[in-house]
Design a protein around this ligand. Structure first.
Ligand code: RM4
Ligand code: MN
Ligand code: MN
Length: 408
């Protein structure tokens, strides 16, 4: 009896002082970008378990992303990774995305898969290699312009593997120079989102190893350079919600790569391992949204690549977890929380968060979906559609056209 469950929940929330309609409106505005690379085959360094239904081409990745959007209603854009998604004609790719009701989102340069990058890309001691890496980012800026994207999302794999291998300060200077040149090529309002990660593929030092290293670079570049937080890129135990709050305070929180980890950069489904941590992060995001002194311009993106789960279902799961967690964060009684904090009432402050976290918001989400014309249970609706079985049969058998364009 979903309508009855919703009525009970809405009554309870209203009695608690929650404006249910404005919570619903916020949920309808929420947007989550999905990554093209989450639709193709991926693996660990030991084995790639191929899936017959996994997308082979940039066009098929868009087809799959359109399914995620069709059933969730909040995932209308797709991030591209170049050259994984390189195509001959970006206007054509963009038009295809539009025909599916999608927009192309963040453009991610790839600075880690060329033989030249053995000692790094933008930080490489060899100026010719640095030039190659800079040219690649400049190419990505042109692609972004061509497809109307306003984000270049940079993850730098650079680092060293042994003490003494290179001069860390010199590398930082090389990095700054390269970032300055590429930043200067980005026309406003295009933004440079700079990601950090504490290790891997380098195991001794990483040139952008944490949020402070990324932030100081952004501060030297300009207002349109901001930090991107990937939830899998911190050592175990790091207080990510604090990092988020500091970046919000500095006006430098540019984007998110949602995923979850058990150990390192595991790229697991969002919220699968530590849902309370995710809630605490969303709690900081909502606090920022509600603060009139804060200007939030955050690109919410997923960065996951599943080795064994079916791709599209896994992506739907992650989008829905972002939605459910955002809903819970919107329910936090902020007046009570503020008073409890002022009074040093630790228990009440914590219980205020837990009260929101423990609320079963599923009836609310079902109603939000129905109001925008979606099935109340997106995962079940996608399963019932038979899409995955169909593409598994088609893609498993088909040879891929070189252009990748489905209409060619
Ligand atoms: C990195 C990082 C980047 C992603 C690559 C594939 O660990 O998270 O965002 O583009 O993986
Ligand atoms: Mn990432
Ligand atoms: Mn990662």
């Amino acid at each position: 009896m979903p309508a009855e469950e919703y009525r009970l929940l809405a009554d309870r929330l209203t009695a608690r002082g929650v404006d249910v309609e404005s919570v619903k409106a916020a949920l309808k505005r929420q947007r989550i970008e999905t990554p093209s690379w989450g639709y193709g085959d991926s693996g660990t360094r030991f084995k790639v378990f191929g899936q017959a239904g996994a997308a082979r081409t940039a066009y098929q990745k868009l087809d799959d992303a359109a399914q995620v959007h069709r059933y969730t209603g909040i995932a209308p854009s797709v991030a591209l990774h170049i050259p994984w998604d390189k195509v001959a004609d970006y206007d054509e790719l963009n038009a295809y995305a539009s025909s599916l009701g999608l927009a192309l989102g963040a453009i991610n340069p790839n600075l880690f898969q060329d033989d030249a990058y053995r000692l790094g890309s933008l930080c490489n001691p060899d100026g010719e290699v640095r030039r190659q890496a800079v040219e690649h980012i400049l190419e990505c800026v042109e692609i972004a312009k061509a497809v109307g994207s306003q984000i270049i999302s940079l993850w730098l794999a650079d680092g060293s593997n042994y003490p003494g291998q290179d001069d860390m300060r010199a590398r930082r200077h090389r990095l700054l120079e390269a970032l300055q040149e590429t930043y200067a090529a980005m026309p406003a309002p295009m933004r440079y989102l700079i990601e950090y990660k504490f290790f891997e593929p380098a195991f001794y030092h990483t040139d952008l190893g944490d949020w402070g290293m990324a932030l100081t670079m952004c501060q030297k570049l300009g207002d349109r350079a901001q930090v991107l937080v990937d939830l899998g890129h911190h050592p175990l135990g790091a207080n990510i919600e604090q990092i988020v709050s500091i970046l919000i305070d500095e006006g430098r929180l540019g984007g998110f790569h949602f995923n979850n980890k058990k150990f390192a950069d595991d790229d697991l489904t969002v919220g699968s391992i530590n849902p309370y941590e995710l809630f605490l992060i969303f709690n900081e995001l909502v606090a920022g949204e509600l603060d009139p002194d804060v200007d939030m311009n955050v690109a919410y993106m997923i960065d996951q690549s599943h080795n064994v789960k079916p791709k599209i279902e896994a992506m739907i799961q992650s989008v829905l977890v972002c939605q459910e967690t955002y809903a819970k964060a919107l329910l936090v009684d902020r007046a009570t929380l503020a008073t409890a904090r002022l009074n040093g009432d630790i228990v009440l402050a914590e219980e205020t968060l837990l009260d929101a976290y423990r609320t079963d918001v599923r009836p609310l989400l079902a109603v939000v979906r129905e109001e925008i014309g979606l099935a109340p249970n997106p995962l079940a609706a996608f399963r019932a559609s038979g899409y995955w079985e169909r593409v598994s049969a088609e893609r498993g058998a088909a040879a891929v056209d070189a252009s990748g364009y489905p209409g060619a």
